[in-house]
Design a protein around this ligand. Structure first.
Ligand code: URA
Length: 273
């Protein structure tokens, strides 16, 4: 009788332990109904409780933020859908500290697209790229050769949320944003992509060369989703030019090179500022 009570208590404890380990009641019943293995007499004494069976994973392993980003971005068939996917994306920690997502400004489908680095304080407050001091300089630079966001230019950034204190984005943050900006370029299909500053240039061209080596040249941006080579030109970032106005002459030479290329490609330019 005492042995029966002990057995029942032990059985209940075992079932509770299995339940906590995730063994469901049907699996437990099957294990208990299975005939016990005959132990050799000499080893029968201290009997360890049977181990619960290893539970089969019912869900795939969690995917990483860049994979989630790539899936969400590639599922977007239009820039409107891409913006919505970005607003819904939770895989970049910068979203938690920024005031809002800064996606794009200007004319979707324009022949020229500018990609910068990341929103700053003014962009974070307004929700549009390049609206602060460097944005105003960018508008003047583009305007001098007949491009404007109201007419023939589309603008975005590699990073879509302001990094706290404007610190450089981390590798993880870049990897989480990259699929979205690459998809934005594919969907916007510019004739010429302008990469503003070394960060945008190196990230999208996948090159290590410094901006001074890359600027003003006729380059190609490698985007596997595009069937035709994408023309790209690197320019000095307007924030850099605000710090080093003596280099504006280099920027002017690059703008003239851009204008020549646009004319050769038959891209309509405005009359300039
Ligand atoms: N600098 C950038 O690179 N992008 C902006 O949107 C603003 C400043």
């Amino acid at each position: 009788m005492v042995a029966e009570v002990d057995n029942e208590r032990a059985l209940r404890a075992l079932l509770g332990w299995w339940a906590e380990a995730g063994v469901d009641s049907a699996e437990a019943a099957a294990i208990l109904a299975a005939p016990a293995m005959q132990e050799p007499a000499a080893r029968a004494a201290p009997k360890a409780p049977p181990k619960p069976p290893v539970r089969k994973a019912s869900k795939p392993p969690p995917s990483s933020a860049p994979e989630d980003a790539r899936r969400a971005a590639d599922a977007a068939g239009t820039l409107v859908e891409l913006r919505a996917a970005l607003e819904a994306f939770q895989g970049c920690a910068l979203k938690g500290t920024a005031r809002q997502t800064v996606f794009s400004d200007g004319v979707e489908g324009a022949p020229v697209m500018v990609v910068g680095e990341a929103p700053g304080r003014d962009e974070d407050a307004e929700g549009r790229p390049f609206v602060g001091r460097s944005g105003q300089l960018l508008d003047r630079m583009l305007g001098s050769v007949g491009f404007s966001r109201s007419d023939n230019t589309f603008i975005s950034n590699v990073i879509f949320w302001r990094p706290p204190g404007n610190r450089p984005p981390t590798q993880g943050e870049i990897a989480a944003c990259l699929p979205f900006i690459e998809r934005a370029v594919v969907l916007a299909k510019p004739r010429i992509l302008i990469l503003s500053g070394g960060f945008a240039a190196q990230t999208l061209l996948k090159r290590d060369d410094g901006v001074m080596r890359l600027r003003g040249k006729r380059l190609t941006c490698p985007l596997p989703a595009l069937t035709e080579p994408l023309h790209a030109m690197v320019m000095l970032h307007p924030a850099y030019l605000l710090r080093r106005p003596q280099d504006k002459r280099l920027a002017w030479a690059d703008l003239l090179a851009l204008a020549d290329w646009a004319d050769e490609l038959g891209i309509q330019r405005g009359t300039g500022l």
